[in-house]
Write a new protein. Sequence first.
Length: 197
Amino acid sequence: MGVSVFTYGFGGLIYWLARRRHLICPRCGLGWENASRALTVTGPEPERRIVEDEPDERLPGSGLKRRVLGSAMVLLATMLILIGFVEFEMAAVAVGSVFGAAGSLAFSWGWSGLQERRKAIMQRIQRKILRLAAARGGSLTVTEVATHLNLAIPAAEKILTSMDDDFRVRSVIADDGIIVYEFPELMHRKELGPGAS
């Protein structure tokens, strides 16, 4: 925004175009536009089949076009309002205000689409982790999740930490110092046996 003020909006637009794919999720450490690699499962064939058993549903749109349109409208509105004040043209200020309000709404609509996409990606990754935990008997380590879901270790750790509610998912330190994430409900099902209901 600071660059935009001194370059009539072009500097900010160029910066956004250059860096927009480098947005990082604070929870998993991935850029959202490149997060599809987190949904790819690797590892032994039986576990891969269990984890990938769920059909891929279409992810909601990221609202990129709406955000770009909204930003452009706000920039145009800013120019119109500035021209209106400099030239003492209240019509330009009024038109600029309308464009600014419409641009803000469009950007807000696009931003909500991005949030929905983030939520859908996170839910899909968590479902794959639950399937992997079921295949592994109800306990996982960060390295196992990173390996099987093709994630970076910090990203896998952030996702498991976000799932840790100390009830359905809890982290425990094993005797050898390794942090293990346990899924008590899945462990209970394993103890009861495959025929339990």
